[in-house]
Design a protein around this ligand. Structure first.
Ligand SMILES: *Cc1c(COP(=O)(O)O)cnc(C)c1O
Length: 368
């Protein structure tokens, strides 16, 4: 592109760095000459796509020439039926990422309003705020990664439109009881929403203790975000939904690009909601794997943070970067947390039993 355009790029846009995706399986295979690579870096479901959902996608592939239903009314009804809520409260999105972006653009006036969140938090909250030219305020988590809601509340003022929280939290796995978050929501000033990102809620036990859904009311200031990327194993298809007061849902549907959720995601999402065998099996694999990895990592001298999610954060007894690199050489990809500002910590997604055992075997070799 001609350099002459440079002065015309918005300053907010110029502050963006290229998105650096995690390492790919093929890249690692090639680099280290490996035939098999285990990816435990992105909190994906280790079981892969459910056979029932695969069959649905295949059966509907011939529909790809059609536009999806504008705003996906059928899918919204299915989600609402599943949650026993009014379909008017549901908006589906191209991943919850799209819904985060829409919330910011719908509610915040650039240069005037602000967003409050914890530090560290999911990077998309901050990036989309920056793109919108909206102030982003952050309060430190407690040293054990639990929520310091008092400090968070101190940052809220009359121009705060949104407070973002992730529960269970990423990257720590910490989860706050829903009653505590509901009390926090009731302390927010008029016109300020609490947005609780429940990407990992399906892995919390007991789920009812942590999910905000039972506190959701049409006249409350609560928004809940959910995704099909984790428990439902559809990260690559891009599907999420928001549960929000009808008035907000109505405006969000007006500004959303009408076809952002594609027709196969629409069909797959409905099949996934009904596929309770798959979710039951996933939950069982994840909870057993979480216990196994926590015990085994502790045995290796790691400090393991308690997790209600499908990943575990831990501090190894030796240099974290060294462990990450040595695991890579052996074909296991986990997640270093340098980008979150924690170079001494690592995050590993729970895998299948065999993947977890392989990880522990290699960790023994490396630390041993
Ligand atoms: C994985 C994740 C999501 C899911 O995002 P999608 O766009 O639905 O794939 C949302 N929030 C957090 C905190 C996550 O870790």
């Amino acid at each position: 592109m001609s350099e002459n355009f440079s002065p015309f790029i918005r300053e907010e846009v110029k502050s963006f760095k290229p998105y650096s995706p995690g390492l790919g399986i093929d890249e690692i295979k090639h680099k280290y000459g490996l035939s098999r690579v285990i990816k435990m870096a992105s909190n994906e479901n280790p079981l892969g796509v459910s056979p029932v959902v695969q069959e649905t996608i295949t059966r509907n592939s011939g529909l790809a020439f059609r536009y999806p239903g504008a705003n996906n009314p059928e899918l919204c009804r299915a989600v609402a039926g599943h949650l026993e809520l009014d379909p008017a409260c549901i908006v589906c999105g191209n991943g919850s990422d799209e819904l985060i972006d829409l919330l910011i653009r719908m509610l915040l006036v650039p240069g005037r309003d602000n967003i409050v969140a914890f530090d560290p938090c999911f990077s998309i909250y901050r990036l989309q705020a920056r793109l919108s030219g909206v102030e982003f305020r952050q309060a430190k988590l407690n040293p054990d990664f639990s929520f310091n809601l008092k400090e968070l509340l101190k940052l809220v003022d009359a121009n705060t439109r949104v407070v973002f929280l992730t529960n269970p939290d990423n990257p720590s796995g910490y989860a706050a009881p829903a009653s505590e978050l509901d009390r926090f929501a009731s302390q927010l000033p008029h016109g300020c929403c609490l947005v609780v990102d429940e990407a990992y809620i399906d892995f919390a036990m007991p789920r009812e203790h942590y999910s905000m859904l039972s506190f959701f009311k049409n006249d409350s200031n609560l928004v809940v975000l959910r995704t099909f990327s984790k428990m439902h194993a559809l990260a690559g298809l891009r599907l999420g939904y928001a549960i929000l007061p009808v008035i907000l849902a109505d405006y969000m549907r007006r500004i959303r690009l009408p076809f952002s959720v594609n027709i196969l995601a629409e069909k797959a999402g409905q099949a996934a909601l009904k596929d309770s065998d798959f979710t039951r099996e996933s939950l069982s694999i994840i909870t057993r794997g979480r216990k196994f990895l926590s015990v085994e990592l502790e045995n290796l001298g790691c400090s393991v943070y308690p997790s209600q999610a499908n990943f575990i954060m831990f501090q190894p007894p030796v240099n974290a970067g060294h462990i990450f690199q040595e695991l890579l050489k052996r074909g296991v990809i986990i997640r270093p947390l340098d980008s979150y500002g924690f170079s001494h910590l690592l995050r590993v997604s729970i895998g299948t039993r065999e993947e977890n055992e392989t990880l522990i075997k290699y960790m023994q070799e490396i630390i041993g």
